[in-house]
Design a binder for this molecule. Structure first.
Ligand code: AMP
Ligand code: MG
Length: 343
């Protein structure tokens, strides 16, 4: 009897020590957060873990990675690979395997979405001037002239072996075409930044590039909670709970201008060369950040009907759509992640 109660006391004691150690371990998990303007966007990185110095240097490396990709892929940085492809006057140019892979992914999503995603709209985005000081509604004739030089098939990607290594070359078969990776490069960049964090041993983090999000692991044992913003104000219209995922939103509120009560925004319908009108915002949830980014832009253009049909046919990809009448729609299995107000 006596021996038994001593055993019980011992068991309770050991359990208490383990519990105390666990609490101490939890308590020592630090949060480190920093932000920078990169890719024309406020990029915030938050990491959780041990050792402030390690957290800080990992975050700095992740920012450096985004900067490196911006320098490679921004059409607005002279001498970037994309700027060089655009200026090549119809000649083939050897490029990094990285740029080639992103352009190939863009072509693939272009095919998957029946041309709704089209990275050859660069001439038109510049014409509208969404990123310039003086955006404007162009003349019909100006739009038609540039539309004649669009279509993903214009981009030719070739691999050849030069005896030492495989070289990838890219040629725009129409020299008047301009590539713009604005709808996909940010997804690639945040995906690569997450990869760098993981390589540094980070097991819990959130990268938020103006609503394009990657989360690593979970947040102190619970899924990360990410709010989906209303297209009209900062109110939250849905909450996503997920771990190890990318969540990318394309919205008409992100970039654009208004004239006479009409909003002209940066996501163009490749068929018309004008702002796509079927959606207000589209959020894509999937593991692969580059796919999430390209599909958010594409489904925005396609609209709810075609867009949901496509998303429901893809495994591991979910969507939350606010259509042009401000109604909300979700793909078949999006309920796994999304909690809306009316649920
Ligand atoms: P996102 O914010 O990811 O939807 O990307 C929008 C950006 O992608 C725009 O600022 C343009 O640079 C580019 N873009 C606009 N329309 C399209 C489109 N239909 N397909 C691919 N890229 C586009
Ligand atoms: Mg996108």
């Amino acid at each position: 009897m006596r021996q038994k109660s001593i055993n019980n006391i011992l068991i309770v004691g050991v359990a208490f020590v383990i519990f105390a150690l666990m609490m101490f371990d939890r308590g020592s998990v630090r949060k480190y957060k920093d932000s920078r303007i990169l890719m024309d966007t406020l990029v915030e990185i938050t990491v959780y873990g041990n050792g402030k110095q390690k957290l800080k240097s990992s975050v700095n490396e992740a920012f450096d990675e985004i900067k490196r990709i911006e320098n490679l892929m921004s059409g607005y940085i002279s001498n970037s690979e994309i700027a060089r492809i655009n200026d090549a006057g119809g000649n083939a140019l050897s490029v990094s395997p990285e740029s080639a892979a992103v352009i190939q992914a863009a072509k693939d999503v272009g095919r998957l979405t029946d041309g709704a995603f089209d990275v050859t709209l660069g001439g038109l985005t510049r014409l509208w001037g969404f990123t310039s000081e003086s955006p404007r509604v162009p003349q019909k004739s100006e739009i038609e002239e540039l539309l004649a030089h669009t279509g993903s098939d214009i981009i030719e990607i070739k691999n050849y072996y030069n005896g030492k290594q495989t070289i990838v070359s890219i040629r725009l078969t129409d020299p008047a075409t301009t590539i713009d990776l604005g709808g996909i490069a940010k997804g690639y960049a945040i995906g690569m930044a997450a990869r760098r964090l993981r390589e540094r041993g980070i097991e819990s983090a959130l990268i938020d590039a103006g609503g394009d999000i990657v989360v690593i692991g979970d947040k102190k044992g619970k899924p990360f909670r990410i709010g989906i913003k209303s297209p009209d104000d900062d109110s939250v219209i849905g909450v996503i709970e997920a771990s190890d995922i990318s969540i990318v939103t394309s919205g008409d509120y992100e970039r654009g201008f208004s004239i006479g009560g009409v909003r002209y925004h940066h996501i163009l319908d490749p068929k018309t060369g004008r702002p796509a009108r079927r959606s207000r915002s589209v959020t894509i949830i999937t593991k692969d950040a580059i796919l999430a980014d390209a599909l958010s832009t594409a489904v925005f253009v396609m609209g709810r009907e075609k867009g949901l049909k496509l998303i429901n046919s893809l495994k591991g990809v979910e969507a939350f759509i606010v259509d042009e009448t401000n109604k909300m729609f979700m793909s078949d299995n999006a309920g796994i992640y999304i909690k809306t107000g009316d649920q």
